[in-house]
Every structure is written in C-alpha cells, then in structure tokens.
Write a protein that binds this ligand. Structure first.
Ligand code: PHE
Ligand code: NA
Length: 454
C-alpha cells in the first residue's frame, strides 16, 4: 500500500482562501470568453441555460470538489487515491485526477496566449494608443496584432515565464498577495464601465440581448457550450478547486466559500457582458465576432470616455492580474502532483510543465494566422479544438465523476464533516447531487451525440 501523501501548506485565513479561489474563478473566462460565446450563441436563451448550469451543476460540483480536496489532502491524483481507499472504492478513481492534471495543462496552453493579448493591449493603452480611437481603428489594431505570429509568440512567452515564476514560489508567498487588491479593483472598474455603458444609448438593447431569451435559436451544441462554460468559469471539474481545498483548514466553511465564489464569478461575467454588448450595439459591431470581441469593443469605450487613458490602462492591468490568478491555479494541480508524488521540487516542476505548456500554446498562436484554415476537430482550429475538448468534454466529465463520488461513494459522516449542512439542507443537496447534476450532464452529452448525427 502506498504511503499517504499530504499537503502541508495551509491558507493563512478563510478570507485568503476565498480570495484565492475567487481569483482562480474570475479570469479570462468571465471577461473574454463569456461575452464572446454569448454573442456567438445568440444571447438570452444561452445565458439562461448558463445560469441554470451554474446553479444546478456548477455549485453542487464546486462544493463536492472542495470537499474531496480537503478530505483527500493532496494533489488531484493522490487525493483521489487517498479518498478512494478511505471510502473503500476502486483505485481507478485516480484516473479522474489525471484527467484534471491534463485538462489544466491544455487550458493553460491557450490561456497564456489570450492573456498575452491583454498584455499587448495594456502596453498599447499605456502609450496612449487608444486615445480617441473609434470602432474601425480598434478593429484594425486587433487584426494587425493577430496577423503577426511572432508578436503573439512574444507575449505568450512573457506570460508563460511569469506564470512559472509565480508558481515556483508556492502557495503562500506566490498566490496570496496580488489577489488582495485585484478583485475589488476589477469590480470597481467594471462599475465605472457600466456607467459608461448607460451613456451609449444601447444599454437597453444590451440588457435585452443578455436577458430576453429566444429559445427557438437554441441548439444542443449551444447548451453543451453553456454547460462547459459553467465548469470553465468556476474552475471546476479538473482539480484546481480540489488542490485549493487540500490547503483548506478543517474549520473553514466550504459551503460559504463556494457560494461566494459562484456569486462573484457570475456577477463579473454579467457585468462584463452588459458593458461589452452596449459597445457592440452602439457601434454597429457584430455580437458574434468571436474570440476578439472583448479586444474589439472595450478600447472604443476608453477612446471615447473621459479619463479613458487611465481607465483603459488600469482595466488591462486588472485583466492581466485576473488572468494570472487563474493561470497559476491551472498549473497548480500538475505542479503539486510532480512535487508530492514524484519528488520533483516545485520550482523544477513549474519550469518543466511551463515549457511543455508553452510549446503546445504555439498551436494556439498559429490558429489566428498561419493555421487559421487548418482544421483539427471537425471544422475547428487548433485553439477551438483544445478549448472544445477541455471545457466541453474533460471538465464536464470530471465534474460528473466528482458528483458521483461525493453522492454515492463518500461515507455519510465524511460528507457531513466536510459540508456541515443541516439535516434538511443535506437532504436537498443529496437529491440534487445524486439525480439532477449527473443526469443533466449526461443528457447534454447524449443530446449532442444524437443531434450531431443528423
Ligand atoms: N475559471 C477561470 C476563468 O474563468 C479559468 C480556469 C479554469 C481556471 C479552470 C482554473 C481552472 O477564467
Ligand atoms: Na470564471
């Protein structure tokens, strides 16, 4: 029997843990991905499905994953081995940990590329490049950036290096610090932008686009994307929250933390959506413009509003920080696995993994220029394929297995010890986790398989 490998580091307080977990959740998923996939999938109905997925799938899985992490006390692979043994289940459950380690690495490979766009925009904004710019100018600026693989590679490399450096410093010194002022700052600046959005004359249209559902346009493919995004945006299904949970002290409340994470994450996404679509409609832009949406819209606001230089530069600085607090959490499952199971020290592990992930990221860099017409999965570019496989397959599959584990495999007393719910709430939670969450995930998967065939 292998020896128990445990995480020794702990969060220094409940607040610090919540900040770090919110820092992981809030990222490019909210500011960049949510608006663009919402635009591509027609708005309202898509948003409603996404919100339903957060509530019925995301939150239950988030509770489960944190509970599994704290109970397993290790990186996802080892945590699964530990709790499988403690609960008398098969060692095959460790595969769930591998799925997560791999998914995290794959996501990070494109995450650093997109974060690189934000760094490029930060520098541009700082130099005054967006002052007085209009929608057409921003569009040209963006296409210019994407057309140049070497420039994208440069920013991708810079972000990868930074991620590795922060991660190699470990949980306490590395992750805790920057997050403390980033989150409030991001929230404040989104409120400033919301104020601007109300002056564009297209705020009501933006609001309707996001919240007036038209189900006639909703496809099963869109439902899968909405569900996948619920996992992606909450950082669940892959083991990020499991590792963060493993650093969590026994007396901290998982339920309270989980609700805060879900609330903050959803609020940031909806705010970003409201702002971005106001700019889209006010300037006659295309909601379905794709991955460039954030980058083709917000500079228009900064070009026009008073204090635009200041707010623009600050905004992109905050996007970068939000992306960093997520990217370090994407690599953490793999790094802690290397460290705890293979005795490869954190610093060395971060460099090895960072190099690998950087290399895979080159495929995403090329997806926007040289390889724009090269298709991998069906008609998807390299970037779209990695995004699809991770967010829409690996994370929901991981989440499904986590729900099953906590609902059916966990001993009653372990579950109760981790979640400390009242008897009534535990009953409700178990009904959702046993029946609603897994069935919903399976139905969405199955419907996509069926509808793809006709
Ligand atoms: N939740 C992050 C975001 O929305 C991305 C992420 C996914 C981070 C999975 C960690 C794990 O940007
Ligand atoms: Na998110």
């Amino acid at each position: 029997m292998s020896q128990l490998k445990l995480s020794k580091d702990y969060w220094s307080s409940q607040t610090v843990f919540i900040m770090a977990a919110v820092g992981s959740a809030v990222g490019l998923g909210n500011l960049w991905k949510f608006p663009y996939i919402t635009g591509e999938n027609g708005g309202g109905a898509f948003v409603l499905v996404y919100l339903a997925c957060i509530l019925l799938i995301g939150i239950p899985v988030l509770f489960s994953e944190l509970a599994m992490g704290r109970s397993g006390k290790a990186n996802p692979v080892q945590a699964m081995a530990n709790i499988a043994r403690e609960n008398g289940a098969s060692r095959l459950w460790t595969l769930l940990g591998f799925n997560g380690v791999l998914a995290g690495a794959l996501i990070l490979s494109f995450y650093t590329v997109i974060a690189g766009w934000a760094v490029a925009y930060f520098v541009e904004s700082l130099q005054g490049g967006f002052i007085g710019i209009d929608a057409k100018g921003v569009g040209e600026h963006f296409s210019h950036l994407l057309a140049n693989p070497f420039e994208l590679l440069f920013w991708h490399t810079l972000v990868s290096l930074f991620t590795v450096i922060v991660v190699s410093k470990g949980v306490k010194s590395g992750i805790e610090k920057a997050i403390n002022f980033m989150m409030p700052g991001l929230f404040l600046i989104l409120l400033v932008l919301l104020g601007y959005a109300t002056t564009t004359g297209a705020f009501a249209q933006s609001f309707n686009f996001l919240f007036a559902p038209d189900f006639s346009k909703l496809t099963w493919q869109a439902v899968l994307i909405a569900m996948g995004h619920a996992f992606f945006t909450l950082s669940i299904g892959l083991g990020t929250m499991m590792v963060y949970g493993s650093y969590l002290q026994k007396d901290y409340s998982i339920v309270k933390a989980g609700l805060w994470i879900a609330f903050a994450d959803t609020a940031v996404a909806l705010l970003a959506g409201l702002v971005i679509f106001s700019i889209v409609f006010a300037n006659g832009l295309e909601p379905g413009a794709g991955p460039g949406l954030l980058f083709q819209t917000l500079p228009v606001a900064f070009g026009e509003m008073t204090g635009g230089w200041f707010f623009g530069t600050l905004f992109f600085a905050l996007v970068i920080m939000a992306a960093f607090s997520s990217s370090i959490s994407l690599i953490e499952p793999a790094v802690s696995w290397f460290d705890q199971n293979w005795g490869i020290k954190r610093t060395k592990a971060a460099w090895i993994l960072g190099g690998l992930i950087w290399f895979i990221g080159i495929g995403t860099v090329l997806s926007f220029n040289e390889w724009a017409d090269v298709h991998f999965l069906a008609d998807r570019t390299f970037f779209d394929s990695i995004d699809f496989i991770t967010a829409n397959i690996m994370l929901p599959l991981g989440g499904l297995l986590m729900a099953v584990f906590v609902a059916w495999v966990f001993k009653d007393e372990t579950r109760q010890q981790e979640l400390s719910l009242t008897a009534g709430m535990m009953k409700l939670f178990l009904v959702v986790l046993k029946w609603i969450t897994p069935v919903a995930i399976i139905v969405v998967f199955a419907s996509n398989l069926v509808s793809e065939e006709n």
